[in-house]
Design a protein. Structure first.
Ligand SMILES: [Zn+2]
Length: 125
């Protein structure tokens, strides 16, 4: 993600993202990342994140263990899963309407039609 967008998110969620240096996904997911951060911060005020990245075409958010009560673990993961499921409907490049695709070389990405053509992800999953 563009460093300026990372900076904006870190400014908005200083505690949650205190240990995040980079966000390893495209800028099209800015809104999705914002959404998951907003929900996490609201529901679990002490939580910190260890990593935010794209993996297998989905947004993957990893909370830092010990920064939220253990009894809430399932709630934390459920909330993250919700946003991860949303991410596979949003183009990671442009933020348009996307779907999960593959490039025939075992790489998956969530892209809109035009981004998919541009990047050679012709296979819809
Ligand atoms: Zn796109």
């Amino acid at each position: 993600m563009n460093p300026n967008n990372v900076k904006k998110l870190k400014k908005k969620f200083p505690k949650l993202l205190a240990e995040i240096e980079n966000i390893w996904c495209g800028d099209g997911w800015y809104g999705v990342v914002y959404g998951v951060c907003n929900d996490l911060q609201k529901k679990f005020p002490k939580i910190k994140l260890a990593e935010i990245k794209e993996k297998f075409g989905r947004l993957t958010v990893i909370p830092k263990s010990g920064t939220y009560p253990d009894i809430k673990k399932e709630e934390v993961w459920e909330l993250i899963e919700l946003h991860s499921n949303l991410s596979i409907t949003v183009c990671e490049e442009t933020g348009g309407m996307g779907s999960l695709r593959a490039n025939g070389r075992d790489v998956m990405k969530t892209l809109c039609d035009s981004s998919a053509v541009l990047l050679g992800f012709y296979q819809k999953l």
